[in-house]
Design a protein around this ligand. Structure first.
Ligand SMILES: [Zn+2]
Length: 397
């Protein structure tokens, strides 16, 4: 007599166990059927009692005691009396070839690890788990896109490094990815916005994008009523390029000298980019020594500080004052390298200066989203397919 026998409930509502088919250390197979007596016709809704056939459908369930568990569902094929329609019965516990509860677990696991790891853990094929994850992500996307989006973030990322780009759309209030659309063109963004419909478009009050002209054109076309803001981190990178250009020129030494650049200036390249309020006394005096030797470097550093002041200011007026101070330094400081910065600023000044009035939308939400995009970029090396990449983006947020 075996001494490790017990009975276990399946805990699936409206399912009856008919018998155990196999119970080995490697697997558990259980024959089940629906306890719903009269399934309804999908056409006319009439409950039908006539089964003309039964077939055993194999459905994978959560593991029992660590063993892969398969339910053999005796699925009835019915004939509807009034309309004559033949149909296979449905059951809420089953979603195709897995139980609904296993499908939920697989999606959770795919979120925490990868589709591949989730498939391995449950000993299912990658194809099957991926299909479930993509279907679930589709439901999530539909739900998110129906809701109003007040602040829309538009960014780009690549599915493969430096080629095959996607446009990422994020709800700036919730941080949730709404969609990842192939390509980073005007047509890609414009097509998504058009598909969202007029009412949804009207609900968007602020759009944040990078400095792409393609995105700006799509935004002007579809979201002309909204305030268009440039992503703060993007603008700060543009500004910093002016200081970098000056630093490169200042550190250059006459041809033939060794080393070819002034090591004191070169070594300070990261220090120069730091926010002044984060410098300690020692770092501050290193900078002061450099500035004494290179007044152009000092002017460039101060100019960049005023540009940062655009964002540190309390409001638009404060930003305009910082801009005035920048203009003074630019006018007298002998830093022609900032002319590109000035041109870019002139081209985009409404999208930069409206930042305060748009509710200062460059905050933790965008940083969080940028971090998410980093994760996606890393994960992207495992993707060859836009749909799977989008599903991953939807489930990560
Ligand atoms: Zn019918």
């Amino acid at each position: 007599m075996k001494r490790d026998v017990m009975s276990v409930r399946l805990w699936l509502p409206r399912i009856e166990v008919l018998g155990v088919v196999a119970d080995t250390p490697g697997e558990l197979v259980v024959r089940v059927r629906s306890s719903v007596r009269r399934p309804c016709c999908p056409d006319c809704g009439t409950p039908s009692g006539q089964a003309h056939d039964r077939r055993g459908n194999k459905v994978r369930d959560l593991e029992v005691s660590g063993r892969p568990t398969t339910l053999v569902w005796e699925r009835r094929r019915m004939v509807c009396g009034p309309c004559g329609r033949r149909f296979a019965e449905e059951h809420p516990a089953f979603e195709g070839r897995v139980t609904a509860r296993l499908a939920r677990r697989l999606v959770q696991d795919a979120r925490a690890m990868t589709v591949n790891a989730a498939a391995k853990r449950h000993r299912l094929s990658w194809r099957m788990v991926n299909a479930l994850v993509v279907a679930y992500a589709g439901l999530v996307a539909g739900h998110r896109r129906r809701r109003r989006c007040r602040v829309l973030l538009v960014d780009e990322t690549s599915i493969r490094k430096r080629h095959r780009y996607v446009t990422v759309l994020v709800n700036g209030d919730t941080g949730e990815v709404l969609a990842m659309v192939p390509h980073r063109s005007e047509a890609a963004l414009s097509g998504f916005l058009a598909a969202q419909g007029h009412r949804w478009q009207k609900g968007v009050k602020v759009v944040v994008s990078d400095g792409s002209a393609a995105y700006a054109a799509a935004i002007a076309k579809r979201l002309g009523h909204a305030r268009h803001i440039l992503d703060r981190f993007h603008v700060i990178r543009w500004f910093a390029a002016g200081l970098t250009a000056v630093r490169r020129d200042v550190q250059r030494r006459p041809e033939g000298s060794k080393p070819a650049f002034d090591p004191a200036v070169f070594r300070a390249r990261f220090l120069l980019m730091r926010r002044p309020d984060t410098l300690d006394a020692d770092e501050r005096s290193r900078l002061d020594a450099l500035f004494e030797a290179h007044p152009r470097l000092k002017a460039a550093w101060e100019a960049l500080g005023e540009l940062h002041g655009l964002y540190l200011a309390k409001d638009r007026n404060g930003a305009l004052e910082a801009l005035d101070r920048f203009a003074d330094i630019y006018g007298t400081g002998d830093i022609p390298e900032f002319s590109d910065v000035v041109d870019t600023f002139l081209a985009w000044h409404p999208q930069i200066l409206d930042w305060h009035q748009a509710g200062r939308p460059s905050n933790g939400r965008i940083e969080g989203t940028n971090n998410l995009l980093q994760v996606l970029r890393r994960k992207a090396h495992g993707f060859t397919n836009y749909t799977n990449f989008e599903a991953s983006g939807l489930l990560l947020t």
